[in-house]
Design a protein around this ligand. Structure first.
Ligand SMILES: Cc1cc2nc3c(=O)[nH]c(=O)nc-3n(C[C@H](O)[C@H](O)[C@H](O)COP(=O)(O)OP(=O)(O)OC[C@H]3O[C@@H](n4cnc5c(N)ncnc54)[C@H](O)[C@@H]3O)c2cc1C
Length: 462
């Protein structure tokens, strides 16, 4: 009998693949609501390729676009386990508190999340049913005929073995599929200029390289493709570089399809900034303007300066071009003659191969750069059916928050927010896992649901 069909001995509740902010999210939600000890007693395995929990935010040389206070929230509830509570009095939490109403540098956010990871490790140690597997790479997820899930992992001892659980959470981060992307029919991959997608450019090494490129640019342009968070974060970061002092009026060009939406704490603040608010921009739960989709942090600051909003110094080095005002030839010469082109057109989640009971690899919607998950955070196959026991969370999954989660009606993008991972999205996954235990007998033929099951697990909002 192969491991695929071996009876369920020591069946875990959940295997979380990836110990970044996404993978930690449901655990942090459970900690805030008093459910973590119970879940860990059911058995949770965290599988992380690197030697630490915390993820990859430390590689970026920019500031967060979330307030420091949003990172501190998860330590506040009385019910959080002692290891997390202790963090409140530690230097990293005090450092974060300095940014309670400001935007902390991402390396600080990374140290803070990594410290949460250490606390989580201590908590895991108190629950023998659970385990942390560092330096361990998940290679594939296998659906078993009894509805459980096996994750094949490759450990530091060089051996590959299965971990078996009732459910798996895939949280392996995101990537930018810019090589497949094009604008006005022009493939970015064919561009003749130096090309740096925002994910590379915003790294510490990428910013150093961009500084060199700008220093040697002469009159050539710097072209930013995209009109949302990443694009404006890139614009801000480039202008902070020492070499940017030499840039001339309009030498940095943002090419965007539509103007970005901008966050305001309320309608009055938007009015005071002469920002036109449409009724659908207002979150019904919080009354905030563009709560999910609006520019925040330094991206918002630079937008305000480009637009010469009240009380800020106008920024003339950046010009904004509407794609509609360009044709393919115009865009091609703009890109080819530029010193640097930065595609900033969003993220897609990385995936793992998902193998069915017969040993066939399933086509995921994410494999074709579609949204990886549906409303209930379960992974979606290319044919639209949903895997009942495999969840996705983290950068680029394409999760669309509901209005009840505090989303403005006009928002149609995906939410990539650490706070959401630790709150509404984490809650959705925890509830999904716990409402649907795998108690099916071994003769049930398939763990794949019929597509009509899609969306049959609406989650109450906390
Ligand atoms: C430039 C940038 C700035 C951002 N700023 C903010 C912000 O200010 N506020 C905010 O809320 N969000 C922000 N985000 C969005 C998001 O919160 C972060 O990207 C966050 O790091 C996503 O967490 P993650 O767990 O999905 O990915 P990651 O942080 O990349 O973590 C994935 C983890 O999975 C592990 N892994 C990968 N493959 C495997 C495998 N096969 N087996 C085992 N382990 C594996 C990796 O080692 C890693 O630890 C930002 C994103 C970017 C790109």
């Amino acid at each position: 009998m192969s491991w695929r069909e071996r009876p369920r001995t020591a069946l875990l509740s959940s295997i979380i693949v990836g110990g970044g902010p996404g993978g930690l999210g449901p655990l942090v939600w459970a900690a805030q609501h008093g459910h973590l000890p119970g879940w860990l007693d059911e058995g949770v395995a965290i599988v992380e390729r690197s030697g630490r929990l915390g993820g990859s935010l430390g590689r970026y040389g920019i500031n967060s676009d979330s307030l420091g206070g949003s990172y501190l929230e998860c330590l506040a509830p009385d019910v959080v386990p002692e290891s997390l509570r202790r963090m409140r009095d530690e230097p990293v939490a005090h450092e974060m508190a300095v940014y309670r109403e400001a935007y902390p540098p991402l390396p600080l956010v990374d140290r803070y999340i990594s410290r949460i990871g250490i606390a989580m490790t201590e908590i895991l140690d108190e629950h023998p049913a659970s385990a942390l597997h560092l330096h361990t790479e998940a290679r594939s997820v296998h659906l078993r005929s009894d509805g459980s899930v096996a994750v094949l992992v490759h450990g530091p001892d060089g051996r590959t073995r299965p971990l078996v659980a009732q459910s798996a959470v895939v949280a392996v981060g995101g990537h930018q599929p810019w090589r497949d992307q094009s604008l006005l029919g022009l493939r970015f991959a064919d561009c003749k200029a130096r090309l740096m997608p925002s994910n590379d450019l915003l790294s510490h090494a990428g910013l150093a390289e961009a500084n060199t490129v700008i220093g040697m640019a002469g009159d050539r342009r710097i072209v930013i493709l995209g009109g949302s968070h990443s694009a404006y974060a890139v614009a801000w970061a480039l202008l902070e570089l020492p070499a940017a002092a030499r840039l001339k009026t309009g030498q940095v060009v943002i090419v965007q399809r539509r103007p970005p939406r901008v966050f305001y704490p309320d309608q009055a603040a938007a009015d005071a900034d002469s920002y036109l608010v449409h009724p659908g921009d207002v979150c019904q739960r919080t009354r905030r303007v563009n709560r999910m989709g609006g520019l925040r942090g330094h991206g918002r600051d630079i937008w305000r300066r480009i637009m010469a909003r009240p009380g800020c110094e106008p920024e003339t080095r950046i010009a904004i071009l509407d794609v509609a005002d360009l044709d393919a030839d115009g865009l091609r010469s703009l890109m080819d003659e530029a010193a640097l082109v930065a595609p900033c057109l969003g993220y897609r989640s990385a995936t793992l191969p998902i193998i069915d009971e017969a040993g066939h690899r399933l086509a995921l919607r994410a494999d074709a750069n579609g949204d990886a998950v549906g409303d209930d955070c379960r992974l979606v196959l290319a044919d639209g059916s949903v895997l009942p026991n495999v969840y996705g969370i983290g950068l680029g999954t394409g999760f669309r928050p509901s209005l009840a989660m505090g989303c403005e009606p006009n928002f149609s993008g995906q939410a990539n927010s650490l706070w959401l991972y630790q709150n509404d999205i984490g809650a959705t996954i925890y509830r999904g896992i716990h409402e649907k235990k795998v108690e099916v007998p071994n003769d049930v033929p398939s763990s794949r649901p019929a597509s009509h099951l899609r969306g049959t697990h609406p989650m109450p909002i906390p």
